[in-house]
Design a binder for this molecule. Structure first.
Ligand SMILES: [Zn+2]
Length: 201
């Protein structure tokens, strides 16, 4: 892919609006909508009923502007692009030029929309590395040697009475450490049943 294809063919103004073209009227794209910007303020138009007369005014200075400033559309709106063509064609541009201009502006709008969509794609969820508290670390430090000793004892073929007693002792120690570890993550019955899905007794 050439660098030209990945470089946006529009500028973005201080409000985050993509400026698609400035002729014959400035056309902007923002969050899925395409709309004209006024010559006076570079703002969009809006409906007004000042003095009881409905009109379209500049959103910033409230001057009356052409009805075309009330128009806005989405990138895939064919009828709207046809309206835009009529407007461009009325600006005394030859038909072929007008079609070229509309096609170019539409491609730019599609590019702005694609970039916009890319920005809104949520980052893929990945499991964060667990951050261990000092309490959890200290419990794990106790856990491993007891667990290793239990493995060693259990792997023996012949066990003395003392070793059999030690196995019982190590098992109790592991259950105690395990319970304390679990308590670090699941502090009460409410939290436990929220995880297991069981109803509180
Ligand atoms: Zn204005």
């Amino acid at each position: 892919m050439s660098t030209k294809a990945s470089t946006p063919s529009f500028t973005t103004d201080e409000h985050g609006q993509a400026i698609l073209t400035t002729v014959p009227i400035t056309l902007a794209y923002f969050e899925g909508r395409i709309y004209y910007l006024t010559n006076c303020c570079g703002a969009s138009g809006k409906g007004s009923i000042a003095d009881g007369i409905p009109s379209i005014v500049c959103r910033k200075c409230y001057r009356d502007v052409d009805d075309v400033f009330a128009d806005s559309w989405q990138v895939d709106d064919e009828a709207a692009w046809a309206r835009y063509y009529s407007l461009v064609r009325a600006d005394c541009i030859a038909d072929a030029q007008a079609r070229q201009h509309v096609a170019r502006v539409r491609r730019t709008a599609e590019q702005a929309a694609a970039l916009d969509a890319g920005r809104h794609v949520p980052a893929p969820l990945s499991a964060p590395a667990p951050v261990l508290t000092d309490a959890v670390k200290s419990l794990l430090i106790d856990w491993f040697p007891v667990r290793d000793r239990l493995y060693d004892l259990c792997s023996k073929d012949l066990l003395s009475d003392r070793e059999i007693a030690e196995i019982e002792e190590k098992r109790r120690e592991l259950v105690d450490i395990g319970d304390e570890l679990v308590a670090q993550f699941v502090p009460d019955a409410q939290a436990r049943f929220a995880i297991t899905g069981d109803l509180l007794p």
